[in-house]
Design a protein around this ligand. Structure first.
Ligand code: ADP
Length: 374
């Protein structure tokens, strides 16, 4: 069976009519972000923010039309608003059919909040941002842990400058590793760096579940999860199974146009995880000699995209030699050069993320059932 093409998907979607607008979804321009990869199809349907949940039948009709095509293995259609929603608003989509999203994500005792740092693709500086954000949160007095969920290319041991293997005190749970005032766990501590790892889907999830739940994290205010790059099935499963309080998406100015950040955003929205916002990394070039600033990648794309997508813009991190040297050398800039402009950019990011964590926890508490004692 040959794989389905984008043109075939669009052709099928042309048969779906929006009864409110009186036209097919393709010619009305409602379809965006179409991705077709080996039979797996994903796209967004743009709707008026006020209409959100009422458009669920339209979303289902689109999914059904595409599912019927030969060669289609899975279809993921999400509703997105074409006008920016107020900052910090919760996603409009219902959790995936069946159980509420939270039912699949048991909480982890002792950990107040878990946030994901994600990117649409590799090499955008996701891990560097995650590490400096985590240390920035620790500088603010929070008790912070980091979980390196990128099991194919774990970089946390190197970036945090930690060597050695974790031990278990009780024979059941591993003790996390520790440096710069935070605790961390990574597959890189368990398997030597040059050992090739071949993981199949279910193994990935069970390794991650173990690193999440069978580690003695202690009492943490926030666990920062450095997600594997991309927005494929492994990432989606993680976003679904880890009890995430929110997500931060890292993007470079060049990738913004390539929809990568949008894919990340839609992935979290689909599983009902609030997206705290987008950070623009390598936003502008900051010359290490004279401090001169050059916008080599026409910076500012992330800000515009965030506005378009109705999520917050969490600031810009310059492209600077010191960031690369310190993160690759195991002495992240937030702790090794805290007074530098670059460290300050991460500290501002940490401040914004800390605020959003509190807001999200407050909202969650507001939604939880209350026990009334009479
Ligand atoms: P990812 O996790 O997205 O694959 P990394 O965080 O590993 O990306 O970063 C890739 C490379 O880019 C690393 O060598 C890192 O030091 C460097 N890097 C990341 N962000 C910056 C930045 N703002 N300025 C300079 N170098 C950076």
């Amino acid at each position: 069976m040959s794989a389905v093409s984008e043109a075939e998907v669009l052709e099928a979607l042309k048969r779906v009519v929006d009864p409110d607008l009186g036209g097919n979804v393709v010619s009305l321009g409602l379809i965006s972000g179409l991705v077709v990869k080996q039979g797996n199809v994903g796209f967004a349907i743009e709707v008026d923010p006020k209409e959100g949940p009422r458009k669920e039948p339209l979303r289902k009709a689109c999914e059904k039309a595409v599912e019927a095509l030969p060669g289609v293995l899975s279809v993921t259609a999400v509703l997105t608003a074409h006008r920016p929603a107020p900052a910090g608003e919760r996603p409009r989509q219902a959790p995936p059919q069946g159980q509420p999203a939270s039912a699949q994500r048991p909480e982890i005792p002792g950990i107040r909040a878990i946030i994901a740092v994600a990117s649409g693709k590799g090499g955008v500086g996701k891990s560097t941002t995650a590490v400096n954000l985590a240390l920035g949160l620790a500088v603010r007095g929070l008790r912070v842990g980091m979980l390196d969920a990128d099991i194919y290319g774990p970089s946390l041991p190197r970036m945090l400058g930690i060597a050695g293997k974790p031990v278990s005190k009780d024979g059941k749970r591993m003790e996390p590793m520790r440096n710069w005032g935070i605790v961390a766990m990574s597959m890189g501590f368990l398997v030597p760096e040059d050992t090739p790892m071949i993981w199949r889907g279910p193994m990935v999830m069970s390794a991650l579940e173990q690193m999440l739940r069978e580690v003695n994290w202690g009492e943490l205010d926030v666990l920062v999860v450095d997600m594997p790059p991309g927005t494929g099935d492994a990432q989606l499963t993680m976003a679904q199974r880890v009890p995430l309080t929110g997500a931060v998406i890292v993007s470079t100015p060049q990738d913004i146009a390539l929809l990568d950040a949008r894919k990340g955003l839609n992935m979290f929205r689909k599983v009902d995880v609030p997206v705290f916002g987008i950070v623009e990394n390598m936003s502008y070039f900051s010359c290490p000699n004279c401090g001169h600033r050059a916008d080599i990648f026409s910076h500012g794309g992330a800000k515009r995209t965030a506005e378009e997508l109705g999520c917050d813009f969490l600031g810009e991190i310059p492209l600077h030699m010191d960031i690369r040297e310190t993160s690759d050398g195991g002495e992240p800039i937030v702790v090794s050069r805290p007074g530098s402009e670059q460290a300050k950019a991460y500290l501002r990011l940490a401040e914004m993320v800390a605020e959003r964590i509190e807001r999200a926890l407050g909202e969650q508490a507001g939604r939880a059932p209350r026990i009334v004692i009479q």
